[in-house]
Design a protein around this ligand. Structure first.
Ligand SMILES: [Zn+2]
Length: 295
């Protein structure tokens, strides 16, 4: 199948998917339960999420494997099922995606901090390599190393994946807002530093996801695009910042609001637009229409 970068060259901007966790919770995932175990125990629910996003117009879908490193799974006593759980994650998304839609498997942070010497580089590289190989074996053609905030961890992950798989690699960071319109991750990385380090490590696509709503993402996208004008930029905004209500967390940005931000995101340099926490197939449908109208 065509890679995501090849499709961008031919078609222009692509649509990715939105939140997954919201669906699992709506289907009964309890606090303290391992979301990734649902790849084995509730495969129809997990496959159904990918199916709904594809029906909404996603050109690529992720997988239910954000917390799928051996380190994260071990916290649930599931470390020895790492390969099985990740292979299942990729297989379910691939079953929904068929041969036209790309599967960019989700790989989240390990939760370990290299700078604090929580873990050695060798062990952490093995952890990411193991997850990526299992996702590739399950049918992913790309991976999305996402919600990262430390450059050293992301570089190590991307290098390990590049060396051991044929996956196309997206690397996406989470930025907090700062005064004066500049953004840094909680580990202090700027979009410019991140872009240069991750391209050098072998990332094919750069991105930003989570933590911010659509408006705040515009400046981050612009900074990434300026730092790396030849590398496609992905943007997955949250549906705004969560508001605590009696029903739990709700997200304020409607599909129409997010769609209204799409022209500025595209003008800032975004070539893949989707959503993070709080977004749904309705948001993706509205984003798709806005991208089509802008092109
Ligand atoms: Zn998020």
């Amino acid at each position: 199948m065509k890679s995501i970068c090849e499709k961008i060259k031919e078609q222009g901007a692509l649509i990715s998917d939105g939140a997954w966790g919201t669906f699992l919770i709506a289907n009964g995932l309890k606090a303290g339960e391992c979301p990734e175990l649902w790849n084995i125990e509730r495969p129809d629910v997990v496959r159904g999420i990918a199916e709904k996003y594809i029906a909404a117009g996603s050109d690529m879908v992720t997988t239910n494997s954000f917390g799928g490193t051996r380190i994260k799974l071990a916290a649930y006593g599931l470390g020895d099922r790492t390969v099985e759980i990740n292979q299942a994650a990729a297989r379910l998304s691939r079953e929904a995606a068929g041969e036209e839609v790309n599967v960019a498997a989700s790989i989240g942070p390990s939760g370990k901090i290299l700078m604090m010497q929580d873990i050695t580089e060798e062990v952490l590289a093995d952890v990411f390599r193991e997850q990526a190989l299992a996702l590739e074996a399950g049918g992913a053609d790309a991976c999305n190393v996402e919600t990262m905030s430390a450059i050293d961890e992301a570089v190590l992950a991307v290098r390990a994946i590049k060396e051991s798989t044929n996956l196309e690699i997206i690397c996406s960071f989470t930025y907090d807002s700062e005064s004066g319109g500049t953004y840094h991750t909680m580990m202090g990385a700027s979009p410019e530093e991140m872009a240069l380090a991750l391209i050098d490590a072998g990332a094919d696509i750069l991105g930003t996801n989570c933590s911010q709503g659509s408006r705040q993402m515009i400046d981050v996208v612009r900074a990434l695009h300026r730092a790396a004008p030849d590398t496609p930029v992905l943007v997955h905004p949250n549906a705004g910042l969560p508001v605590l209500t009696d029903d739990g967390e709700t997200y304020p940005e409607t599909p129409d609001f997010m769609a209204a931000c799409v022209p500025e995101l595209l003008d800032a340099g975004a070539l893949i637009v989707g959503g993070c926490c709080g977004t749904s197939p309705k948001h993706i449908e509205a984003i798709k229409a806005a991208v089509a109208a802008h092109q």
